[in-house]
Design a protein around this ligand. Structure first.
Ligand code: TNX
Length: 521
């Protein structure tokens, strides 16, 4: 291996003689048991470190083989070790042992206990989702080079001690907007990999909007054929749609990472692409022109026509059939082209259709105006710290996912210099994204009505994976911590985030190097 001379010189400097200009090479900080994002509930450092070697094995029962395989696959590229998976490790062999069984109700389905001893790491959980969460923690407890894609010759130690961990909120989501610019299945998979590192457990896909329609629906084939044609992205850039096979493959890929896909078809507004494909969905039956600009609030389904409800029923039936997860998102935002009375009529008919297909309805918080939304989940995207309509719906049973646009929208710029992104909700630097509490932000909605938090990434200005990564990271990590961690401490998050930078660098993730953070190299 060739080491640049400059690096050797810096390494050779005595610690006390750090010259002013030495900032170019800062040694990565030693990994401590607490340097994990999201912050675990309990961290008890102590005792000898574990050393991962070429002789280490992974022990797992047959029921946890998938998680064990994922762990081995994560550790093999950088270590070059075989890490065989065995049912029982022979005595004296260094082992990472996975086991499920009752480990306490407070750990729930996603919690885990991690114990690091000299020759054994033991990971215990009530079920495999907890083991998977623990594996994500373990990966962060190894040196950053563990994320390298080719073998590195170095010591692989894990700091000794114990972690007990479980999530604050059941719903910890991210959202990709497939409609404004289509992102391919491979890009969605890469994003799933990236968000799963932070114990995010839902990926919401915004699959239709004014510009495009991005999911195959057999009973209305022109939706995808016309709405997903080339040129249907914003500014006529890109196009495309997910076939049912691709969607099902994504659902599986996500499930392997304990992530549930939430599909969204936005209605009664944001439907221009559907109306271009099927002019009978407009009131006058005339096809509107295709639109690839970024205006909102100009399209509406025709509330008085029966065909509207046949269309919605068919789409929801087919979506439900390919979605094992509990939620179908029906949009409902920015319906300025629908009268308030028509909006209520529409939601009164459509919300029950989601239940008819065995799913829980989920919509933007605008749906809270509809009495029929009491069994639904409302996603709060407003900028205010109270919302009387939503609070009234909550008193009738509606539960809330928090995505305040001025705090959690990943498409908003970091600052005026950010080359991509929008700014209608304000600039969102890393500290802004981190410094709020999803349980208490809305003064008139009690914390117990809050199911969790989601970070939406609208794609008007995003074309490539590098664009997605630049806006999502590091802020997605901040929102994920708000969703998982019971503690909240900016100074601590800031230093853990700085230490995380080299991991993104190893993974080739195009993250934004915010000047608020001291990034380790
Ligand atoms: C508002 S917030 C929208 C989207 C845009 C986004 C851009 C909400 C539910 N709708 O249609 O893409 O702003 O930031």
């Amino acid at each position: 291996m060739r080491v640049p001379l400059a690096a050797l010189l810096v390494l050779a400097l005595p610690l006390t003689a750090a010259p002013a200009a030495a900032s170019a090479v800062t040694a990565p900080p030693p990994v401590t048991l607490g340097s994990v994002i999201p912050a675990p509930v309990e961290v008890h450092p102590g005792g000898p470190d574990f050393r991962l070697t070429s002789g280490t094995v992974i022990a797992a029962p047959a029921s946890a083989l998938d998680v064990a395989r994922r762990l081995a696959e994560a550790l093999r590229p950088a270590t070059g070790y075989a890490l065989p998976i065995v049912a029982h490790a022979p005595g004296g062999t260094p082992v990472i042992s996975l086991a499920t069984g009752p480990v306490g109700a407070r750990l729930g389905t996603e919690g885990y206990r991690l114990g690091v001893r000299r020759s054994e790491i033991s990971l215990r959980a009530n079920g495999n989702a907890g083991l998977f969460a623990g594996v994500q923690t373990l990966r962060q407890l190894l040196p950053a080079a563990i994320d390298a894609s080719t073998p590195r010759h170095q010591r692989w130690t894990v700091p000794g001690g114990d972690i007990v961990d479980y999530p604050r909120f059941a719903y910890r989501g991210a959202m990709l907007d497939e409609a404004r610019h289509f992102h391919s299945p491979d890009e969605i998979k890469r994003y799933l990999d990236e968000i799963s590192r932070f114990k995010v457990n839902y990926l919401h896909l915004h699959l239709a909007d004014d510009q495009g329609w991005r999911i195959q629906i057999d009973s209305w084939p022109r939706l995808a054929q016309v709405g997903g044609a080339p040129g249907t992205g914003v500014d006529g850039v890109g196009g495309g749609y997910l076939t049912k096979a691709q969607y099902r493959d994504l659902v599986r890929y996500a499930a392997d990472r304990y992530i549930t896909i939430v599909p969204e078809i936005d209605m009664p507004g944001h439907v221009n692409a559907a109306q271009v494909a099927y002019p009978e969905l407009t009131c006058d039956g005339v096809a509107p022109p295709p639109r690839t600009d970024t205006d909102v609030g100009y399209s509406s389904l025709c509330i008085g026509k029966e065909i509207t409800y046949r269309f919605v029923d068919d789409v929801l039936r087919e979506l439900a059939a390919m979605t094992p997860g509990p939620y179908i998102h029906i949009g409902g935002d920015e319906a300025q082209a629908t009268s308030p009375a028509d909006y209520l009529t529409f939601e009164r008919r459509v919300l029950p259709l989601v239940a008819k297909y065995g799913k829980t309805a989920y919509g933007w918080h605008d749906i809270a105006a509809a009495p029929a939304a009491s069994a639904a989940i409302a996603q709060y995207w407003g900028l205010d710290t109270s919302n009387a309509t939503l609070a009234a719906a909550v008193r009738r049973g509606t539960r809330v996912v928090m995505s305040p646009a001025n705090l959690a929208y990943l498409d908003q710029k970091y600052n005026p210099e950010t080359p991509i992104g929008l700014d209608w909700a304000g600039y969102i630097e890393v500290q802004t994204a981190y410094d709020w509490d999803p349980g208490t932000l809305l003064s008139d909605v009690p914390a117990k009505a809050v199911l969790g938090v989601e970070a939406p990434l609208w794609s008007e200005t995003l074309r490539k994976m590098a664009d997605i990564e630049f806006l999502a990271f590091p802020r997605l990590a901040a929102i994920a911590e708000l969703g998982w961690s019971s503690s909240h401490d900016w100074a601590s998050f800031r230093s853990r985030l700085g230490a995380y930078g080299p991991r993104w660098a190893e993974q080739g993730v195009n993250f934004y190097r915010s000047t608020q953070i001291d990034w380790a190299r």
